[in-house]
Design a protein around this ligand. Sequence first.
Ligand code: MLT
Length: 314
Amino acid sequence: AALLAASTAAADYPEKPVTVIVPFAAGGPTDKVARDLAEALRKPLGATIIIENVGGVGGTLGANKVAKAAPDGYTLLLHHIGIASATALYRTLPYKTLEDFEYLGMINEVPMTLIGRPNLPANNYAELSKWLESNKGNINLAHAGVGSASHLCGLLYQSAIKIDMTTVPYKGTAPAMNDLLGGQVDIMCDQTTNTTGQIEAGKVKAYAVMSSKRLSSGALAKLPTADESGLKGFNLAVWHGLYAPKGTPKAVIDKVNAALRVALKDADFHKREEALGAVIINDARLAPAEHKKFVEAEINKLSPVIKAAGIYAD
Ligand code: MLT
């Protein structure tokens, strides 16, 4: 009878609002992607989408909440590269990345930018490097918790330039950006979904794009890549995907995946995301199996780099 109930529930899915957990504070880049996507997903999925921000511990609190949620399709997770990097950064994660989630498809890739507080006395990458050298031991790098994209970028940047910094964690890069704008912290790596507006308004110093190619739009087109600036081969872009608890019925997974594919073609979604430097995924990784394979490959790629940098969150 329970099996019958579950299969009819799956067939009738969705019959009530669907909650998408964002594992970072409202107003940040992950939240931005989630709210943009929710707009485009509502119609094809046929459900009201509720965004719930569950920040903390580099996104692992929110991820764990979904891993432990009822596998009925009404609690989903929108997460980024942190779902892979946390696997290497935490010795005791409360969930298993490749076993405790169903993979519903990938969403986009977002470049990272290296920015500084508005009054930082360095106006380009070379001047920043000099300033960092002369302020060794007194540099504050903001990020969104160990396991976040901003932390991963900051970690890789520190080990690439061999300058240790004090890392200041926040529940997301929205609150981190407030302190950067206020001059409480010095630099931060963050996604263009969160930094484009500030850079174009001249509210922060902008030093480099941390992914492999320059950005095309507006003020960001002037930004050199880290590779051009001397960090040979530095390339970190933040990808986002959608997840459900393990055991979510295949009929539900297929419905969400089909709706996601329609949402990602939505013109308004494209316009909003591309204006902020994001690139919408349009390849095999839209399929759950390929999405999962990609995350596994990212775990295998990031783990040795993170271990070489010698840090663990716990
Ligand atoms: C956010 O949404 O706050 C960011 O994605 C956090 C991060 O991963 O840096």
